[in-house]
Each structure stands twice: as structure tokens, then as C-alpha cells.
Design a protein around this ligand. Structure first.
Ligand code: MN
Length: 763
């Protein structure tokens, strides 16, 4: 059955011998039958390089799985995994010949038919992924086969001719299969997949970094062997059975780290990375003690992941010391047992020949959340987004005061934690105690935090929580709660939120924007259409529509939308002064802004209010809103608003015109003798500029808009100018057209009156 022409592609006999080595009772006959079945089905098919027979691929996938000591079902399913999708043979035949378990595994990996989704291939991908994950809930072995399949495809990715297809596959691997390998704790798979993705997605950077690290390894070779020599001797003296070796460095992680710190590849420091494997737990700490005794430790780098394992079960001691030659030497110490756990993750059960433990492993538990995600997602695209966000993102492990661990994505806030424990607790949350210190409900959590959620009968979920909640679970729960509040309240909250975003974007008063403009802008960008402004406000108020998205689409419609690039924002903050206020304010600004060119604060002696002005650089309009939300959360902060440069300039222009007219008016009064209309026109211009200034202030200075003082000034300015005018009329004994003057005054005050009452109605 092992045709001679296959010799140069794979060695089936060798593979079978390897399997028999770890599993003597393995059914060789059934395995060979599966090979023949697959070989026949794939006859005539070639891999993408145009010369390799297709059957090579399933055999290589089986080889990868045999390396982790997979059981018979997995190995046979791996041989058959591409049969139903790519050949005329069906799943029914597989079930008939190889049993239900094998057929179930193969089915989990088989994508939905191309015919069924011929108009929507991305949806086929998502639905197939969903099927894979749902099958994995029942049998976690499915996902192991898929990972091996993907690993072999990535190893042979260079054979795919179209560069865009190579990129698509590499990107998908990085976004979906690397996180899966990570969640399952299979580090050796994760690392190879990640490195291959890096190589195809950023070839130039990959090559540069690879060469650089190789060069470094050459440079520190002598220092390393000296370091190893010293430790080996000490280990021997202390009776520790330890192996010390240079560890393969994760190039992608190094790259991610340097770019996040704004450095380049040439800045990568020459470091030595070492791993030490010992026999027993106590030897780990003993070895650590020896290293710290021999070399100077960099104290902040000591991490005990044995006492506090990572969310994916990772266990090791980490330390960094200044080793021989002054090189910073990063050391990982673990037992050989832990090393198997770390390298193989859930696959350690295969290695130990305990397949039945696979489905009880906590590292597989995340697949159970898949059906829940599926339930909430309305569209396929949403499912994928939720999957990436709720499951694949880097995890943190946070504890209840009773010591129960809660696994959350990095960046999750107290709200997420509260909802994860119990939705009822989430809805009533009003704050929390982290490690004994009282914090806001919006506080972002760190791994290892012990969080006690504080609840109150009077508090309930608020709309602004949505911008702080990270998990879709919490977001959905908040939305469900909001939908139970009165329509009036939702509308009011929606209006408040939209106004806030309008002010940030300097779009003026929501009530002044006509609905047609809003609905046209929304219509193009959202799937729902709204009949009136109330509908829009309610949708915002219950979290179905984001105020910032409405603003974005209006701006895009007006062709003002900035596609990329940073936004400069001047923020003004009014707060009740207290000790620590400046620290809290600057902390929020520092965290959200990419740059801050100044931060000024002052308090008037008599006042207890403090005012801050900051000029910050943020990445987009949505982050402005988030920064504002966070600032408002700070204890004592009363108001946060954006100072608009455009508003300042317009106020300045209209103010200058007004002043100019006043200065010039004696001259104009003289001209009056020649033309009696001059005075009327000047007067009209004066009134007009007052109204313009008022409107500019209303649009660009939300803080002043709320004050009645603005209206008092607007109303009194025309009165004041009239008074002066009357004095002048009598003093100079002017001849005026009283009728036209009265009409002008009437028009202006009617206008002011109407806009005042409209405005009052809104607030
Ligand atoms: Mn395949």
C-alpha cells in the first residue's frame, strides 16, 4: 500500500512504528484501511505546489498529531479529514467504515459546501468555524486536528501563489488559531504558528529580527556557556538534577513588545534567554536561590507563576539576572512535569494516555461559551467579532473575596467582573473594593486583583457603562436592563448622550439639527432606519445605537470626517477642589491621550472650584468621548467640555465687528445727514452680530450655553445699544425713521424670545 512514488513525500511505515511505540495496542489494520480509503479518494489531486500528491497533507497532519501521542480516533480522522470536503466520497461512507466517533471528528473539520454559500464565502468561513467550535464542545479532539491541519498548511504556505491569499490565511491564523492554541495552552504549536504568521505578514521585519537575534546569540555564546557552567557545578553540589539550555526566543512577541514601546528592531537589547528544567517543585525554588546567590538579580523581574499560575495554566518561575559579561539573562525555571503542561497544554492528556480527561480540562472550558456567543450575535460577522473580543483576547484572572477565580479579557472593568459573577449583581453595582481600596465601577482590572463588588438597592445599570464594559456578555446584560426602563428615561438619556457627542464634535445643539440631515447620515451607515428623532434618541438611550457613531456618520456625510490622523483637543474641566484631584485628572488624561502639550489648573482664592485646561492629542473622535466619560467619573468633577478653536475664532471675529461698528458709529452718525438709512443699517448689523455671537457661543461653548448669564447678556446688549442710541438721538437731535427702527427691534426680540423658550424646553 505504500506506493514507491510516495517515498520522497512521506514515510508511512516510520509513522506507524512511531505510533506503535507509544501505543502498542493501536489498530494498525484500521489505520492502513483509512490511509487506503483517503489515498483512493484523493487520487489525482495535487497540493498547491503542483507536484506533491494531495495525500501527503493528511499524512503530515497525522504525523504532527502522533508527535503529541494522539489516540487512534484522532489519527484516523486526521487521515480522512479532507475527504468529504474535497472528494466524491461522503461522510456517510466514513461513518459506515470507521465508526461514528471518527465521522464526528471529520465532520467537525469539514467546512460547509461551497455551493451552499456560493454568494457569501466569508459567511461560509464563519459558519464553518462555528461548526468546528460547536463540535469541539462535544469532543475537544476536533480542535486539535484542526490546529495540526492549520500548522501543516502554514508550513507549506509558500506554495500558494497568490500573495493576497497567503496574507489572508496568515492573518486568519494569527487572529483565530494562534489564540485557540494559546487558550488550550499548547505553547509549542502557538509559537510555531505565530512565527510563521509573522514571517508572511511582515516578511521584512521578520527577517531583520531573525538575523539580529541570531547575531546576538553568536555574540553572547561565550557568556552563556560560562553561565551554564557555573550553574551546573552549583546544581551538582546541591544535588539538583537540572538541565540548563538556551531557550528559543519568540520573535513575534519580541517584535510586538518593541513596537508597543515605540522602538525599532535595531534597539533590541542583547539578552540571554535560558530555561532550566528540574525534577521536583522544591528544586525550582532551590535553583532560584542559587542563581540569585551567584548573580545580581533585577528585582522587578521576579515572577512566581508557580504560586500564581496564568489564566491558561502556565506555571514557571521567572527571573532576570545580570549574568556573565553583564548580559541581562532571563531565566525560566520549572519542573519537567510543568514543562509538559506548558508545552502541550490540553494535549498533555494525550501524552499521558488519558484522553477522557481532555473534556474536563479547564483549558477547554472556553468552548462552552461559544453557544452563548452564538445566541447573542445577530449576524455572522458579529459572532466572529465577539469571539475575538470575549474569548481570544489576552486573558486576566481576577478573584472574588472567597477566592473564586474569574477569567476575563484584558482591559475588562469592574462592571465586567460583576456581570460575570451574576447579572443581578451587575445591575446593582455601584463600586468595588480592589485589594481593600475603594474604586469606581469603571476601573480596569489587573490579573490577580481581589475584587469585592459593592452593590446598592438604589443604583442600576447606566447607559455610560456600555463604554466601559469590555465583554459582550456585560454589554448585552446592560442593554437588557436599559430596555426595561421607561421610554421617557431612555429618550432623555439618549438626548443627553447625543448632545455630549455633538458638543465634542462642535455640531451645536441637537434640537437645532434637522432630522432629515441626521436620518440621511444614519441611513447610509446603519441597517435600521428611524422614523423620527425620538426613535433615534430612544435607540441611543437603550444602547442599540452609539451616539458617537451618529456623530461620525454626520461628519462623514459632511465630508469632514477625518479618515486617519490624530485629533487635537482642548479640554476644560470644572470640578469641586479636593486633595488628589489634579493627580486623578492627569492620570485619566495620561492614559487616554497619545500626547499632552499642556495641563493648566487654577483655583480662585474665594472659590472652592478648580478649573483645568489641557491640550491633548487623541487617536479618534470616539476616544475623545471615552476620555470625557472617564473624566466625568472622577469624584468632584462637575463639567467637562471641549474648547473649540473654531468657536473661539468666530467669537473673536464677530466680537471685533461689533466693536468696530461701535467705534465707527459717530462717523456714521454724521453720514446720516446725507442718507437717513445708514443708521438703520448700522443698527441692524449691530443686532445681527449680537445674535451671531450668541449662536456661536451656543454651538461651541456648551458650558456657557447652560448658563442663564448667556441669555441675560444677549437680551441686555440690544437694550444697552438702544439706550445709547436714544441718548445720541436726543443729544444730536437726529431725525430718524421711527417706524423702521421699531420694526427692527420687534424682529430681534421676537427671535431672541423664541429661541430662548425653545432652548428652555430642551433643558
Ligand atoms: Mn486539510
Amino acid at each position: 500500500m505504500n506506493k514507491p512514488e510516495y517515498k520522497k513525500f512521506f514515510d508511512l511505515k516510520g509513522l506507524i512504528a512511531n505510533i506503535k511505540d507509544y501505543s502498542p495496542e493501536f489498530n494498525q489494520e484500521k489505520f492502513e484501511k483509512a490511509f487506503e480509503f483517503a489515498e483512493e479518494a484523493h487520487t489525482g489531486q495535487l497540493r498547491k505546489d503542483g507536484t506533491t500528491p494531495y495525500i501527503t497533507h493528511p499524512v503530515k497532519v497525522t504525523e504532527i498529531l502522533a508527535e503529541m501521542h494522539s489516540d487512534e480516533d484522532i489519527l484516523i480522522a486526521a487521515l480522512l479529514h479532507d475527504v468529504p470536503e474535497d472528494t466524491h466520497k461522503t461522510l456517510a461512507e466514513i461513518e459506515d467504515k470507521f465508526g461514528r466517533d471518527v465521522a464526528f471528528l471529520v465532520d467537525g473539520i469539514t467546512k460547509f459546501s461551497k455551493v451552499q454559500y456560493k454568494n457569501n464565502m466569508p459567511q461560509r468561513e464563519v459558519e464553518s468555524l462555528k461548526k468546528l467550535l460547536l463540535h469541539s464542545i462535544q469532543d475537544p479532539r476536533v480542535i486539535l486536528i484542526k490546529l495540526a491541519d492549520r500548522l501543516h498548511n502554514m508550513r507549506t504556505l509558500h506554495n500558494i501563489e497568490k500573495p493576497e491569499k497567503r496574507l489572508r490565511i496568515a492573518k486568519e491564523t494569527l487572529e483565530i488559531y494562534v489564540p485557540i492554541a494559546n487558550l488550550l495552552g499548547i505553547q509549542y504549536l502557538r509559537m510555531e504558528l505565530q512565527e510563521l504568521c509573522f514571517k508572511y505578514l511582515l516578511p521584512k521585519e521578520y527577517e531583520e529580527l531573525r538575523v539580529k537575534i541570531e547575531q546576538q546569540q553568536q555574540d553572547h555564546r561565550k557568556a552563556l556557556s560560562e553561565f551554564v557552567h557555573i550553574l551546573e557545578q552549583s546544581f551538582k553540589e546541591n544535588g539538583i538534577n537540572g538541565e540548563i539550555f538556551e531557550r528559543k526566543r519568540n520573535l513575534y512577541n519580541i517584535y510586538k513588545k518593541i513596537t508597543s514601546e515605540g522602538k525599532t528592531i535595531s534597539d533590541v537589547e542583547n539578552r540571554i534567554a535560558v530555561r532550566i528544567l528540574v525534577d521536583k517543585l522544591s528544586s525550582c525554588y532551590q535553583a532560584l536561590g542559587i542563581i540569585h546567590g551567584k548573580f545580581m538579580a533585577k528585582t522587578d523581574k521576579l515572577k512566581d507563576y508557580i504560586a500564581n499560575p496564568k489564566a491558561n495554566g502556565y506555571k514557571s518561575l521567572h527571573t532576570s539576572v545580570f549574568g556573565h559579561g553583564g548580559y541581562l539573562t532571563q531565566v525560566q525555571i520549572r519542573t519537567r512535569e510543568m514543562n509538559i503542561q506548558v508545552e502541550y497544554g490540553v494535549a498533555e492528556h494525550l501524552l499521558r494516555n488519558e484522553v477522557e480527561k481532555l473534556s474536563q480540562d479547564e483549558r477547554s472550558a472556553w468552548v462552552n461559551k461559544i453557544s452563548e456567543l452564538d445566541q447573542y450575535a445577530k449576524k455572522s460577522g458579529e459572532f466572529l467579532e465577539n469571539l475575538k473580543l470575549d474569548i481570544f483576547e489576552d486573558r486576566i484572572l481576577v478573584y472574588t473575596p472567597e477566592g473564586k477565580g474569574v477569567d476575563l479579557p484584558k482591559g475588562a472593568a469592574v462592571i465586567d467582573f460583576a456581570y460575570a459573577i451574576d447579572p443581578a449583581l451587575g445591575n446593582r453595582a455601584c463600586g468595588a473594593e480592589i485589594n481593600g481600596k475603594t474604586v469606581l465601577i469603571t476601573k480596569v482590572l489587573k490579573s490577580g486583583d481581589i475584587v469585592k463588588v459593592l452593590a446598592s438597592k438604589t443604583s442600576s445599570a447606566e447607559l455610560f457603562w456600555l463604554s466601559f464594559a469590555k465583554t459582550n456578555f456585560a454589554k448585552n446584560q446592560i442593554k437588557i436592563h436599559l430596555k426595561h426602563t421607561s421610554k421617557d428615561r431612555r429618550m432623555h438619556e439618549g438626548a443627553r448622550f447625543l448632545q455630549k457627542e455633538f458638543d465634542i464634535a462642535s455640531l451645536g445643539v441637537v434640537a437645532n439639527m434637522n432630522f432629515k440631515k441626521i436620518s440621511e447620515a444614519i441611513g447610509d451607515n446603519f441597517e435600521y432606519s428611524y422614523n423620527n428623532i425620538e426613535d433615534v434618541l430612544v435607540a441611543i438611550g437603550q444602547g442599540d445605537l452609539k451616539a458617537v457613531d451618529v456623530v461620525k456618520s454626520i461628519k462623514k456625510d459632511a465630508k469632514e470626517g477625518r479618515k486617519s490622523g490624530m485629533i487635537k483637543v482642548i479640554v476644560k474641566i470644572v470640578a469641586k477642589n479636593r486633595f488628589g484631584l489634579l493627580r486623578d485628572v492627569s492620570e485619566v488624561l495620561y492614559r487616554n491621550a497619545s500626547d499632552m502639550s499642556y495641563l493648566k489648573g487654577y483655583t480662585a482664592h474665594s472659590e472652592e472650584d478648580a478649573y483645568f485646561t489641557a491640550k491633548i492629542l487623541v487617536k479618534d473622535i470616539a476616544s475623545v468621548g471615552k476620555t470625557f466619560d472617564e473624566l466625568v467619573q472622577i469624584e468632584g468633577v462637575k463639567d467637562v467640555y471641549r474648547v473649540s478653536n473654531k468657536g473661539l475664532i468666530l467669537t473673536y471675529i464677530f466680537g471685533t465687528i461689533t466693536a468696530f461698528l461701535w467705534i465707527l458709529h459717530p462717523l456714521l452718525l454724521k453720514m446720516q445727514d446725507q442718507n437717513p438709512w445708514v443708521l438703520n443699517i448700522v443698527l441692524f448689523c449691530l443686532f445681527l452680530s449680537v445674535i451671531l455671537v450668541m449662536n456661536v457661543v451656543k454651538k461651541y461653548f456648551p458650558y456657557i450655553r447652560k448658563k442663564l448669564l448667556l441669555w441675560a447678556i444677549t437680551f441686555s446688549l440690544p437694550v444697552l445699544s438702544l439706550l445709547i442710541l436714544l441718548i445720541e438721538i436726543f443729544y444730536f437731535n437726529l431725525q430718524l425713521n421711527w417706524t423702521s427702527l421699531l420694526i427692527e427691534i420687534a424682529i430681534i426680540y421676537t427671535y431672541l424670545g423664541i429661541s430662548f423658550f425653545q432652548f428652555r424646553k430642551r433643558i
